[in-house]
Design a protein around this ligand. Structure first.
Ligand SMILES: Nc1ncnc2c1ncn2[C@@H]1O[C@H](COP(=O)(O)OP(=O)(O)OP(=O)(O)O)[C@@H](O)[C@H]1O
Ligand SMILES: Cc1cn([C@H]2C[C@H](O)[C@@H](COP(=O)(O)O)O2)c(=O)[nH]c1=O
Length: 213
């Protein structure tokens, strides 16, 4: 019998450690024999990476908030149909760095467009496909931004350079979503060491995988 596919998303403010931890998790699961696809939003496939470059370009300071929200949704749609859904249907585990909750937290809450409106355009984009489990890396945004300053060699993008107040609203938005969807969204304290965070995420995901397989 073919394995059932499983869809995991990781979420959280800038510099929370999502990419680092989920890459290590993906590697651990692959070593155990799981068929894992690592991907990210916005991006993951050519068209969506191109949209990513438009959204995050520091020169695009004039971008309207609703244009931004629609571009994220468009990138999500293409990535979903081209990469995520086929992998899930083939019985793979998909680990996606950010998904719909990023739009709800960043565009819905922090930009102030409203969660219901962002949900509506995203329902159009994704239909019924939602993550089975979402790991929310919760951290004080000032710590996350410090981590990026201190260690990360990646360039700061148009969203990174928003005010601290913006990033604090992002965090509040995420925590509110976690309250609304407690079965799907698992909050993890991401301010701890890398090893501690990885261990907790691993335990959560293994428990889920053992239930479905
Ligand atoms: N638990 C941790 N403690 C200290 N530093 C960490 C921890 N986790 C990750 N880092 C470091 O913090 C920086 C940001 O991590 P990472 O890129 O994984 O975050 P992210 O949540 O994916 O960020 P973004 O969404 O902004 O791309 C990296 O330099 C990484 O090595
Ligand atoms: C999917 C998605 C992302 N964002 C923001 C969040 C980050 O600031 C960037 C992506 O950069 P990362 O280094 O890959 O984390 O985009 C958003 O505002 N809305 C979204 O839907």
């Amino acid at each position: 019998m073919q394995n059932k596919g499983y869809f995991i998303s990781s979420e959280g403010p800038e510099g929370a450690g999502k990419t680092t931890v989920m890459n290590l998790l993906g590697k651990k699961l692959k070593d155990e024999g799981y068929d894992v696809v690592m991907t990210r939003e916005p991006g993951g496939i050519m068209i969506s990476e191109k949209i990513r470059n438009i959204i995050l370009n520091n020169e695009h300071t004039m971008m309207d908030s609703r244009t931004e929200a629609l571009l994220y949704a468009a990138a999500r749609r293409q990535h979903l149909v081209e990469k995520v859904q086929p992998a899930i249907e083939a019985g793979k585990i998909v680990i996606c760095d950010r998904f719909i909750d990023s739009s709800l937290a960043y565009q819905g809450y922090a930009r102030g467009i409203g969660v219901e409106e962002i949900l509506a355009i995203n329902k159009f984009a994704i239909g019924q496909t939602m993550p089975n489990k979402t790991i929310l890396f919760d951290i004080d945004p000032s710590i996350g931004l410090e981590r990026i300053e201190a260690h990360s060699n990646r360039e700061k993008n148009r969203l990174d350079v928003e005010s601290l107040a913006f990033h604090e609203r992002v965090r509040e938005g995420y925590l509110s979503l976690a309250g609304q969807y407690p079965n799907r969204i698992q909050v993890i304290d991401a301010s701890r060491t890398l090893e501690e965070v990885l261990e907790e995420v691993y335990i959560v995901i293994k428990r889920e995988l053992e239930i479905i397989r």
